[in-house]
Design a protein around this ligand. Structure first.
Ligand code: ACO
Length: 325
């Protein structure tokens, strides 16, 4: 049976030039490289320059993804940008990316699911493509979390960084089998009862301010592994694949301990896990496409590889996408 699948034809990413190391942070708050590495695996993170905004990072990553896909900006009909740190309350930063790329047709919008944003955006783009509403989408995750951190709070400011990643997702005819290339299954979940465990204490309607990130770290940690493994098991159940069939596991890069514990529970071999949290910190919606692009460019991810993406974050929101590269 002939079906439409969404296949990734190119990826790109962008990191701001400035690097903030753990030793740099130890001069700002009462922390140490040893504490941060032991608890999180993070060694450094990138920080956007003054005046550099989320749409700038997103545009740079998008240009690299278009180049890798071998297409022009004008070939794109849809832009979906996952971000929790838009340039402004409105318009969506996606329309700024659209204008930066010189695109005047089609449509662009933001998706907001915090750290799960890229998985939500990719799933949305896939649904638009399979319904015939889009032919070629730019799906981007971009964040400037440095702008919403309380730099006096050592329990949160050491965890996050800025960056962007993007993929070009295109409609392609396929056979409707699990051996097809493209997105094979997606599973999204949320549970708003947990919204106060990880949130920003400001916003246009509540306080008329931007606010700062607040988190009950232990509570997040406690729920993360179970939620992540649930949606991955949903993906296995939907396709008949299992951990041994995966070529790569590319999780949201929040914390090395969460990544390792999830992989262990799922029995995914450590050599299949792509980890970038040590260099990037937690870049929220940008972390998966950043890690993906790094693994594509260094030659690890190749055509026909079976790749599992997953994320969990504020809300709580969580989800998985299983795709064949
Ligand atoms: N440097 C030094 N000491 C610190 C720091 C720091 N940066 N931060 C906290 N501490 C101290 C605390 O004050 C506490 O001291 P006390 O015992 O004197 O009170 C001690 O370290 C232990 O604090 P805990 O919060 O219990 O430390 P824990 O082992 O839980 O590690 C962490 C904290 C790393 C945040 C952990 O809970 C975690 O990884 N949580 C998951 C959170 C996460 O990754 N969120 C990302 C967003 S959500 C997502 O993307 C999935």
């Amino acid at each position: 049976m002939s079906v439409v699948r969404s296949i990734v034809t190119g990826s790109g990413s962008y990191l701001p030039e400035k690097i903030l190391t753990n030793d740099d942070l130890a001069k700002m708050v009462d922390t140490s490289d040893e504490w941060i590495v032991q608890r999180t695996g993070i060694k450094q993170r990138h920080i956007a320059a003054d005046g550099e905004v989320t749409s700038d990072l997103a545009t740079a990553a998008a240009k690299r993804a278009l180049e890798a896909a071998g297409c022009e900006a004008s070939d794109v009909d849809t832009i979906i940008l996952a971000t929790a740190t838009p340039d402004n309350t409105f318009p969506a930063s996606a329309v700024t990316v659209q204008a930066n790329l010189g695109i005047t047709h089609g449509y662009a919008f933001d998706v907001h699911a915090v750290c799960s944003g890229f998985v939500y955006a990719l799933t949305t783009a896939d649904a638009y493509i399979r319904s015939g509403m889009s032919k070629r989408c730019l799906v981007i995750g971009a964040e400037t979390f440095s702008r919403i951190l309380d730099w006096d709070d050592r329990t949160t400011c050491v965890l996050f960084g800025d960056g962007a990643g993007a993929v070009v997702l295109e409609a392609s005819e396929a056979e409707g089998l699990n051996t097809d290339r493209g997105i094979l299954t997606s599973h999204l979940r949320s549970d708003g009862r947990h919204k106060e465990k990880l949130f920003v204490d400001g916003g246009p309607s509540a306080t008329q301010t931007v606010g700062h990130l607040r988190m009950e770290g232990r509570e997040v940690f406690k729920h993360a592994v179970g939620m992540i493994t649930d949606v991955i098991e949903d993906a296995f159940a939907a396709t008949g694949y299992n951990a041994e069939d995966l070529t790569w596991f590319i999780p949201h890069q929040a914390n090395k301990r969460i990544i390792d514990a999830s992989a262990k529970k799922l029995k995914i071999a450590p050599e299949k896990v792509v980890t970038t949290v040590q260099w990037h910190g937690n870049t929220s919606a940008a972390s998966i496409p950043l890690a993906l692009d790094m693994a594509v460019r260094d030659g690890r991810v190749k055509k026909n590889d079976l790749v599992m993406l997953e994320a969990m974050g504020g809300g709580f929101t969580w989800g998985s996408v299983l795709l064949r590269w």
